[in-house]
Design a binder for this molecule. Sequence first.
Ligand code: SF4
Length: 458
Amino acid sequence: MCGVVGVYNVSSVLNTNLDGLHMVQHRGQDAVGVALSDGKSFLPNSPSRILGLVGDYKAWPGLLPEKILLGTGHVRYATSGVHASIENAQPMIISTRWGPFTIAHNGDTPEFEEQRARLEKEGAKFLSTADTEVLGESIAKQAETALTLQDAMLEVLADFKGAFALVMSTASSLIGCRDPFGYRPLSIGKLEDGWILVSETCALDHLRAEYVRDVDPGEMVWIDEHGLQSFKFGEQKSRLQQCIFEPIYFSRPDSKVFGRYVDGMRKDLGEKLAQEVGELDHENMIFIAVPDSAMFAADGYAKAMDIQLEHALIRHHYSVRTFIQDGESARDQGVRLKFNPISHRIKGKWVVLIDDSLVRGTTMRRLVRMMRENGAVGVTLLIASPPIFHPCRYGVDMKTYDQLLAALKKGKVDEICNFVEADELYYLSYDGLREVVEREGFLAQNFCFACFDGNYVL
Ligand code: SF4
């Protein structure tokens, strides 16, 4: 997962871009990059990229002209290509016979290596190992015969098999696209006389931009001096495949994703979990949400069960999200740095920990140990989503079966529970998840559940 931002014709393009990236920082923490144009050409040093967080980005490397027309930005979370690589950071600049364009990508391309090999045979040279460059070079190849760069983009995107939300730009135009299945979110905002494209609407709120709408699946929006124009590409799908993991875990609760605020669905997931699990039978229980992503699911659970949540687990906000750290030992150390329990609240209690999802189980095992080290007499885990049995091919970093605890334990809940060293474990059911999606006013058939049911469309 990554975060993308595009800014067109606002008073401070660079700062707006960086502020927008800061607001989607939770979507990727490997690298950050920005590319700027004055309307005639990209500024020297575009793209300017660093490894690290948006806060580590100190300044544009060079003089800034008085007028900057547009900028594109990206925070990277590696799903394809080498991690922690400046070459794989984005935006990338791709040269074509119609001039250069920038590309920043959120998503994943399941078979990009084959496409890369084909392009290499045709003479393409790659500077990175990322699928984004394959998409960019495919457009460059198409541009050799297309009438315009816009035509080349539309022709390539129509056939490109992958999950993508893209922010691209030419020197004078800002471009946003979502794949025809709509796996990843991308929203359009209005600020001053200009436009913002961004992965999540929480960034629009922070920028005080007005939310206009989402980019539709299979739509390209092209923003230039004539305003915003819309183009369709690819076969329009009767069933979408919006990623259900966005509202469960990845997106911020103050974002509207796929047309609904995330906080509402998370509360409903917690409420459904309460209905399915029913009363727990332990003395002296204390109910704790794993901060921050499980807080809304825990609220829903607490309301349904008429119990009080205790803030007895504190999250340190200046360490990175463990889910997207590289390597098992880094993750383990990350958990220790990230969470600290308030031991006097836990001592002598049966702890009920509520979390949004359980992927590898290593974070949860560390948390369960922490509870016991701080005097818990027992630990129950409540997970507000079903067991994850299958890898994601579309942009979330759970790419192999051996990363998935439920798959490794063949779905045996007692063995999963043993691994995380809890006393009991309950998941939300798969049917319960689908029911909540429908209750939110969506059609469940318009969501991807592949990591839960193995039903891959691409
Ligand atoms: Fe989202 Fe899971 Fe589908 Fe990946 S497989 S896109 S994480 S729902």
